[in-house]
Ligand binder design. Structure first.
Ligand SMILES: Nc1nc2c(ncn2[C@@H]2O[C@H](COP(=O)(O)OP(=O)(O)OP(=O)(O)O)[C@@H](O)[C@H]2O)c(=O)[nH]1
Ligand SMILES: [Mg+2]
Length: 458
């Protein structure tokens, strides 16, 4: 077992170590109350603390010196986040006071919690399934209202319940196959067709969930949109225009932007990481060469490219070349500087690329709303579909894909006189894959990886 011992009492700061109105020190474990009693003096002395009640008092050190005035709550097991005894100390938030109170709990026998250890305990005690535990961090990290809505749904257990249901049905089917194997006289009752019928809705549920991943991933990670093009076409101007602030340096000198710049915005509810890059041209010095290499790296990672051309000049040979190289990617061809007399031929540009064309002026803001809509349309084929469960995690996507492939293999075996042992094996593995998502069947190494990405004190 690599999981730390749940018998320890753990302590951590549940709020950031910094100046604020309130900071929270949290304890969980069998000695939480004893430790709290040793460092806490309620203003009205009490022989016993009642559960789920707020007490005003002082935190004192071993010499009896007052460290802070705090509000303390004891939440007795099992009515707590971890289902263990939990104590929360609401103190003032400042570097010295928070570290002092945390250290007092450690001196009284608590152990510093690892990242995510409170939530790990909530999972191990059965209070949350694994999808809910993962959703805790999703809620914390959500950057848009749409992302928060999906995360909150996961936290309510919607995804886990749906998957557990599919898993239960598969277990029923597996039981029928195994009964036929154990009691051959019953095998005649099990027809391949009836099993196929039973499998179908389960496969469909998994397919439906898998289809939501692209959207889910965007909500979670954001869409990487890279602005690229020749020098001086207005890439940095476009970044500034979309951000509504003077973020990048804009000059009439070609080659102004050397390193890429990244900022996050929200477009129609979708978090977008916008990246401005160095203009593409034969590099004139070492610095520019490095900048252009970085542009190429960013382009390779882009979910969507905005390839900018200067509308007030004819299409350059470099533009044709760059657009050829981008042929496999998703993108928009953006004609900028539409406030000036148009000299680029839209027909020429459309011959050079299959990207849809958009005309804008980064200077006056003309066409920018259409560009925003174009980005969202291309990335999400229209917009966010916010109905039903959506998967957002690569881990879930992987296990769902595996499970579906196994069900398809089982289905393919169901001809006349099927090899029932093999069918049972495929079903068993599919059940296992779903259990990895919900945590019903999951190894310590996976738990370690999931919870190590949590913040401290959660
Ligand atoms: N008239 C007009 N000028 C623009 C427009 N967009 C940008 N410019 C001007 O074009 C010049 C170059 O703009 P930048 O935004 O620095 O261009 P860039 O593509 O980032 O250039 P590099 O960083 O050198 O690759 C500046 O003088 C801008 O003011 C536009 O829509 N209309
Ligand atoms: Mg620039």
């Amino acid at each position: 077992m690599t999981q730390p011992d749940s018998g320890d009492t753990i302590a951590a700061l549940s709020t950031p170590l910094g100046e604020a109105g309130i900071g929270i020190v949290r304890l969980s474990g069998p000695h939480a109350e004893t430790i709290a009693r040793r460092i806490f003096r309620p203003h009205q002395p009490r022989p016993k603390l009642r559960s789920h009640q707020l007490y005003l008092g002082h935190i004192v050190n071993s010499e009896g010196q007052i460290m802070d005035e705090v509000l303390l709550t004891l939440m007795r097991a099992p009515r707590s986040y971890t289902r263990q005894d939990v104590v929360e100390i609401n103190c003032h938030s400042g570097y010295a006071v928070l570290s002092r109170i945390l250290n007092l709990t450690l001196a009284q026998g608590a152990r510093l919690a690892r990242p995510g250890e409170f939530t790990l305990r909530a999972f191990l005690s059965g209070r949350l399934d694994l999808t809910q535990a993962e959703a805790v961090m999703e809620v914390i990290k959500a950057r848009t209202q749409a992302g928060l809505k999906v995360a909150a749904g996961h936290l309510q257990g919607g995804l886990g319940r749906g998957l557990s249901q599919v898993r239960e049905r598969l277990l029923d089917l597996l039981a029928r196959v195994e009964a036929a194997l154990d009691f051959p006289e019953e095998a005649a009752e099990l027809s391949p067709d009836s099993l196929k019928e039973g499998l179908k809705p389960q496969s469909q549920s998994l397919e439906r969930l898998l289809a939501t991943y692209q959207e889910g991933r965007l909500l979670r990670e954001g869409l990487l949109v890279v602005i690229a093009g020749c020098p001086n076409v207005g890439k940095s101007s476009l970044l500034n225009c979309l951000l509504n602030q003077d973020r990048a340096i804009v000059t009439e000198i070609p080659g102004t932007t050397r390193d890429f710049i990244e900022e996050t915005i929200t477009l129609r509810g979708v978090p977008v990481r916008l990246s401005d890059t160095a203009g593409l041209r034969p590099a004139q010095d070492r610095l520019e060469e490095l900048g252009i290499a970085r542009t190429r790296e960013r382009l390779a990672q882009a979910d969507l490219v905005l390839y900018l051309v200067d509308g007030s000049a004819p299409l350059a040979a470099e533009d044709r070349q760059a657009l050829r190289e981008l042929a496999g990617q998703k993108g928009l061809a953006v004609i900028n500087k539409m406030d000036l007399p148009l000299r680029v031929s839209a027909a020429d540009l459309q011959k050079a690329t299959s990207f849809p064309l958009v005309k804008i002026s980064a200077l006056t803001g003309q066409g920018i709303e259409d560009l925003k809509q174009g980005i969202v349309d291309l990335a999400l084929s229209g917009g966010l579909n916010q109905e039903g469960e959506i998967i957002t995690q690569a881990r879930h996507h992987q296990h769902l894909q595996n499970a579906l492939a196994l069900l398809n293999q089982a289905h393919a075996l169901l001809g006349p006189d099927p090899p029932w042992e093999l069918v049972a094996l495929e079903l068993k593995e599919a059940v296992q894959q779903l259990g990895e998502i919900t945590g019903e069947e999951v190894g310590d190494a996976v738990l370690d990886r999931i919870f190590s990405e949590f913040c401290l004190g959660k």
